[in-house]
Design a protein around this ligand. Structure first.
Ligand code: ATP
Length: 286
């Protein structure tokens, strides 16, 4: 894989907001569960013009979570997302870690309490549980760090949690992928999009056969320098094939498309000059 030699500054546009993501889960660290939330979050945030600067996976441990958050807050990203550990079980300690990092108390949030109660009543109607036996679990999921706002969870019991801390907005999401996606799409997208102003992401991918990656590398670096704000990287696929992905985020759709189209054209020309066979394998513009 060829990475460009530019610093992140090459890509930074004043319209871009930044994010860091902290995934919690011993099952992720042990390899029992594949961290599919990381790819989904990275793709989704990138597609709406938020630049993901860092992702980490850590244990379900209060002090570890608090320390990861403190570290992340020191870098002052616009958003910090956490994924996992909002449920009712003993190892769901994310909000305790968040409260510790921010020096806030966990307290019953009445809006969260209503959301949790409504979900448990539905589950009771479906014969899945008895509300009166679930008080402890319900109280746990309705206890948020002081000053937090709950985010409705359309498919599960634990609400997401949003906290403003200085310049950073901290958003905690459940680990269950369907719940994470539902809260993101239902509660976060409508709120976050107007904050972001205009940010359009575009991607094009070229498949080159018959040219060694080492010969493509200088072409990629040179092309990136000609189109500021554009990121290109190649991945070797084996059997003399390389995939070159061209992507950018710009403040207008036409500018984003112009950049990837120009990059695409140059890469295709140069790869052909080097004797390569070229195919477009995937085109995407969001
Ligand atoms: P729950 O209410 O189910 O306890 P939660 O928010 O506490 O939800 P976790 O307990 O951390 O979430 O994870 C629940 C399940 O979701 C895990 O067992 C795992 O199967 C899945 N999961 C957690 N994190 C991820 C992830 N990053 N990618 C994919 N699946 C995940």
């Amino acid at each position: 894989m060829v990475m460009n030699h530019f610093s992140g500054d090459n890509l930074t546009d004043p319209n871009w907001r930044t994010a860091e993501i902290i995934f919690t889960g011993n099952e992720l660290l042990k390899g029992n569960v594949l961290n599919t939330n990381s790819q989904w979050m990275a793709k989704t945030l990138t597609s709406i013009g938020i630049e993901v600067k860092r992702m980490v996976v850590i244990e379900d441990d209060i002090e570890t979570i608090a320390e990861a958050l403190r570290e992340s807050l020191r870098r002052k990203p616009d958003f910090i997302f956490t994924s996992g550990g909002l449920g009712p079980t003993y190892d769901d300690v994310t909000l305790e870690g968040v409260a510790k990092a921010l020096g806030r108390q966990l307290e019953i949030n009445s809006a969260a309490e209503k959301m949790v109660q409504d979900r448990y009543k539905l589950a009771e109607k479906a014969g899945l549980l008895k509300v009166k036996d679930s008080e402890k679990h319900m109280t746990k999921m309705a206890s948020l760090p002081s000053g937090a706002s709950p985010l409705a969870n359309p498919v599960g019991a634990a609400p997401g949690v949003l906290i403003e801390q200085g310049k950073t907005t901290l958003i905690s999401l459940p680990g269950v992928p369907a719940e994470l996606k539902a809260i993101f799409n239902y509660s976060i997208i409508p709120w976050i999009k107007p904050l972001l102003g205009s940010a359009f992401h575009a991607e094009r991918t070229v498949l080159v056969t018959g040219v060694a990656e080492s010969r493509l590398a200088p072409v990629i670096v040179d092309t990136m320098s000609k189109i500021p704000g554009t990121w290109m990287k190649s991945c070797v696929l084996g059997s003399g094939k390389s995939e070159i992905c061209i992507s950018t985020t710009a403040s207008s759709e036409s500018e984003a498309n112009r950049r990837v189209d120009e990059g695409y054209k140059i890469i295709v020309e140069k790869a052909k000059e080097l004797g390569g066979i070229v195919n477009a394998i995937n085109e995407e513009s969001k």
